[in-house]
Design a protein around this ligand. Structure first.
Ligand SMILES: NC(=O)c1ccc[n+]([C@@H]2O[C@H](COP(=O)([O-])OP(=O)(O)OC[C@H]3O[C@@H](n4cnc5c(N)ncnc54)[C@H](O)[C@@H]3O)[C@@H](O)[C@H]2O)c1
Length: 452
């Protein structure tokens, strides 16, 4: 083991290493808090002045219960600070963790500009031997073929200036059971010493097992596999849901029954589309890389077709049910409950609700929305203000769509809701939160994804 590695390993074990987290978003903030909670001195870097100022005031702006709980005290204790300047953050640090965005560009291809820009800036600030960890999601080869050459461009080398690791972030914010500290961490370095340094650092800040793999590319491929697995399986149940609606078979009941098989099956659930920051985006990182290698990822393309079809199918089914009740979408008042992309969060990024609103607007339906977490959403230049309550949202409405699995929608009194709506109202439960029986007993025409 080189002297540099031994010295950095000692600093990690004794918690004397200084940590710099670049990109203080949904990923960077919980990592900052976990590192500081473990006893490391942490400096966060973000290009957004407002975020830096909020962190320095001890204000947590990401929706993460763990960070909300611990960040204020850790800032007060002087273990966390933030800056806009990468040189200020990185130069004096021993470990730099990169958590900047990796979005898709308007063509739907990977946009690695944030990651490249950080690599270039870091190459100028590699004084002393540092462990550099990339956490941003990308395709295999990003760390070794794109990030590392940029890091080395000022004559720096892995032998004397840095260790380099890719460790995919798996956080599922809003998840009450799994947070940054108890999700197992995968670590792959450009050489054995890098892997060892990365693994020891995560062991020092997490309660979860650390899994080492043979290279950064394997760690990148792990992340791609996990999120493509979800994208494809969601497409599978979405497509089968539509089929079983037509066949007159309760597919949701079938999923629950299949889930009793103790091996070889993992339940996924259909819905009005696929939303969120990662699942609809990440598969297209690998699609891009595959294309470069002359390879077509047919399953991902087919899944995209199915997943994109879900909002259209949902609105078509609603329109048909309205016609059966001698009403029409252009003359109907339709209420959408839930704007966030998943239950119990306020994040509306790529939310299927947005697609539903677009389609309802195109159909000239009169739209109302309610979300206990989201005050408003802007879709196609139009602002939809959330009603003040479930009750307020449904007065004189013809149809109610449950679009997000917020817990409040599981228990709301459906008879009361029904009594405020027009004749022959429809309840379309796209998330299967309520039973057919309770909806029909309350007097609704019942529709649900995956159910006839
Ligand atoms: N959000 C999730 O749940 C999640 C989960 C797993 C992986 N990821 C991946 O992690 C990465 C970060 O995601 P996120 O959700 O935290 O993004 P985010 O947009 O919430 O945060 C990224 C932050 O980086 C900052 N930034 C951009 N360029 C910078 C630069 N040059 N210097 C300093 N700061 C810079 C931005 O201002 C922003 O605050 C992405 O690759 C994403 O795909 C996200």
């Amino acid at each position: 083991m080189s002297e540099n590695t031994t010295a950095l390993l000692d600093k990690i074990m004794s918690k004397k290493a200084k940590v710099c987290v670049v990109g203080l978003g949904y990923v960077g903030v919980p990592l900052t808090v976990a590192s500081a909670q473990a006893g490391f001195d942490v400096i966060g870097v973000d290009m957004e002045k407002e975020k830096v100022s909020m962190i320095n005031k001890g204000i947590c702006y990401v929706e993460d219960a763990y960070s909300e709980k611990y960040l204020p005290d850790l800032v007060r204790a002087g273990l966390i600070s933030a800056t806009n300047s990468l040189p200020d953050g990185a130069t004096s640090s021993d470990i730099v963790i990169v958590c900047v965005p990796t979005p898709l560009n308007p063509k739907g291809d990977p946009d690695l500009s944030f990651l490249k820009s950080v690599a270039k800036d870091l190459s100028k600030n590699l004084s002393g031997f540092k462990l550099v960890i990339v956490e941003s999601t990308s395709f295999p080869g990003t760390t070794t073929d794109i990030f590392q050459p940029l890091l080395q461009r000022k004559g720096k080398s892995p032998e004397k200036d840095f260790a380099l690791v890719y460790s995919p972030e798996r956080i599922d914010y809003g998840n009450a059971k799994f947070g940054v500290r108890n999700i197992p961490k995968v670590v792959g370095g450009i050489n054995d010493e890098s892997t060892q340094l990365g693994a020891e650092f995560y062991k020092a800040i997490l309660d979860a097992p650390v899994v080492t793999v043979g290279s950064p590319s394997v760690a990148e491929a792990t992340k791609m596999l996990e999120n493509i697995f979800r994208y494809v399986n969601i497409a599978l149940v979405n497509e089968l849901a539509i089929l079983h609606e037509t066949l007159g078979v309760d597919f949701i009941e079938a999923i629950s029954a299949a889930a009793t098989k103790p091996f070889g099956f993992m339940p996924h659930y259909p819905g009005p589309g696929v939303g969120g920051h990662c699942i609809p985006k990440d598969p297209f990182y690998l699609v891009f890389k595959a294309k470069q290698a002359g390879f077509l990822l047919r399953l991902v393309s087919a899944s995209k077709t199915v997943n994109k079809m879900m909002p259209v199918h949902t609105i078509d089914r609603l329109a048909k049910a309205l016609r059966t009740g001698k009403k029409s979408l252009p003359n109907a008042i339709v209420v959408v409950w839930g704007l966030a992309y998943k239950g119990e969060v306020k994040d509306t990024r790529r939310s299927p609700s947005i697609e539903l609103l677009k389609l309802l607007k195109q159909s000239r339906a009169k739209i109302r929305v309610f979300d206990p977490y989201v005050p408003r959403v802007i879709v196609g230049g139009k602002t939809y203000e959330s009603s003040s309550s479930e009750i307020e949202s449904v007065r004189d409405a013809d149809a109610l769509m449950i679009a997000t699995a917020h817990n409040a929608f599981r228990t709301v009194d459906l008879s009361k809701i029904r009594s405020l709506m027009r004749d022959r109202p429809i309840l379309y439960d796209t998330r299967n939160l309520r039973t057919r029986r309770e909806c029909e007993e309350a007097g609704f025409t019942y529709l649900a994804t995956g159910r006839p």
